[in-house]
Design a binder for this molecule. Structure first.
Ligand code: ADP
Length: 193
């Protein structure tokens, strides 16, 4: 089965584009959601996270995302270490999930592909692209956060132009570039690969 990765900076609209693919019956694995679920449920991952960040990483048995974000945002090495223990668990889950799908191709959506090296686990990469002001405005509205907070998150991600230049296909998702036709055209191409 063809494995297709889909990425883009925060606010580019990659989740929105994936929802359009889902309406065509294409299964989508949302890597960040899988990561959060595994961090909550996988006992070994939990142990490793507590060893790295401390007991407060879980409060009342629930993943304390606010604490974890605050810890790793201020500390590059801790962020890298957290990714290094989380990515293998997500990869293992992804392979098992892919085996269960019955479709001409599947999508795996993630903000970080090239940053984590997981682009090597898929056959084709799609980039979802939008201008910086559009991405900032969307993220501020979606997450109800300040422009500074959006920029802080963006600073953790690879430069958008470089990311897009490495993708095989681009979906342009500015507010004046409807995505449905672009998804349909790409769907036809991927069905033939
Ligand atoms: P990402 O997953 O890349 O961070 P999302 O898909 O969550 O981005 O999109 C960010 C926000 O912008 C969401 O609230 C979404 O509904 C909105 N959005 C994305 N694409 C469009 C679009 N083409 N038209 C209108 N709103 C959009």
């Amino acid at each position: 089965m063809l494995k297709v990765g889909i990425t883009g900076g925060i606010g580019s609209g990659k989740s929105t584009v994936c929802q359009v693919f889902e309406t065509l019956g294409i299964p989508v694995l949302y890597a960040d959601t899988v990561a959060k679920n595994l961090m909550q449920k996988d006992p070994i991952l939990r142990q490793n996270i507590i060893a790295l960040l401390g007991k407060e990483a879980y409060t009342q048995n629930r993943l304390n995302t606010a604490f974890i974000s605050q810890k790793v945002f201020a500390d590059k090495e801790k962020l890298a270490a957290l990714n290094a223990i989380t990515h293998p668990a997500v990869t293992a889950y992804s392979y098992k999930w892919i085996e269960r799908q019955n479709s001409p191709y599947i999508l795996k959506e993630a903000a970080l592909f090239y940053e984590s090296g997981t682009h090597n686990q898929v056959d084709v990469m799609i980039g979802v692209s939008a201008t910086l002001p559009v991405r900032i405005a969307r993220t501020m509205q979606r997450d109800n956060i300040s422009e500074e907070a959006v920029l802080a998150r963006m600073s953790k991600q690879m430069n958008e132009d470089e990311k897009m230049s490495r993708c095989d296909y681009i979906i342009l998702n500015n507010n004046n570039s409807p995505i449905i036709d672009q998804v349909l055209a790409l769907h036809q191409k991927l069905m033939l690969r």
